[in-house]
Design a protein around this ligand. Sequence first.
Ligand code: NAI
Ligand code: MG
Length: 359
Amino acid sequence: MSEIKKIAVIAGDGIGPEVVAEAEKVLKRTEELFGYRFETEHALFGGVAIDEKGTPLPEETLEICKKSDAVLLGAVGGPKWDSNSADLRPETGLLGIRKALGLFSNLRPAVVFDCLKDASTLKPEVLEGTDLMVVRELTGGIYFGEKFRRDTEFGQEAVDTCAYNETEIERIVRQAFEIAQKRRKKLASVDKANVLESSRLWREVVIRIAPDYPDVELEHVLVDNCAMQLLRRPSSFDVIVTENMFGDILSDEAAMLTGSIGMLSSASMGEGSFGLYEPVHGSAPDIAGQNVANPIATILSLALMFRLTFGYADAADAIEAAVAEVLDAGHRTGDIAVDKSQAISTTAMGELIVAAIKK
Ligand code: NAI
Ligand code: MG
């Protein structure tokens, strides 16, 4: 019998509880099929926590997360809390939980499912086989550097600074190398080393630690070129690692290679194998409570947890294959359906995927 893994489950608001419930069915099925053992503990977070505990991130929720091996999060937020002050807004809890758990990277896979490749704005033959992951540094760079304004003879001047130290660069680049080792063993490090000093240090660090990962094929790509290559040859990328602002932009670009926001999974990681896994989408108040949301982003986030935190590649492969099989058979939720009248419900999609998981 395998060791028991602890998962904190945070459903959140809006469609969060609906999509998380389907991912939990998938979790249970993989437990039965593969013999892995999980213990889940539910915790309050976001708007629902504001209503019941008076804060978006209750101390006990943080405690539950800290004693877990991984966190599965739905989504938070909604119009009910939009006019609240900052400390009573669900989204404030999102920043708080990432900080409290020391999560310094954001991982966004972009996978083009064969049968959905017509849904993209790009040509199907360009997209064919695309399966990449953007690893974005999350706690440094220009978003967190010193910023100020000053008066000059040309009027006001605004300054943002981009600072990175070797420790910050090394920990995320090592993480990206390790992720590449669990995938197709290719890493593209993206910088602007022809112009920026912070990028020159970034590249020096990458070159220094690369010999520790001799099995990974490394390329350095300038960010402007990377933006082009993502549209020209997306399938040639495996893992892309980059600093905060470049990653913000490139991960959104990469997301648009695929179909709907209802398909996009993500992970936030810190030191070690701990991770917080969540769909990229929000709480979708416009469709909440209607059993129409696409649960695939959350189910794929669970697969990512199996792969990255637990190293259960067989279960992760099985879940991803089940999703592909159900899509190939033509089943669609409303967000990815061409003929909306044929769309199936959240629960129906979840149950089809559960039934398709094979050992
Ligand atoms: P959203 O992602 O919730 O929704 C955008 C659009 O995509 C909506 O039309 C929605 O119906 C659709 N959509 C989203 N997920 C879907 C799914 N699984 N299946 C089918 N359709 C889906 O973004 P929006 O509307 O900007 O924000 C709504 C609330 O969510 C806000 O309170 C926002 O602050 C919060 N939010 C929370 C996030 C999180 O918890 N990580 C991330 C983004 C937004
Ligand atoms: Mg963005």
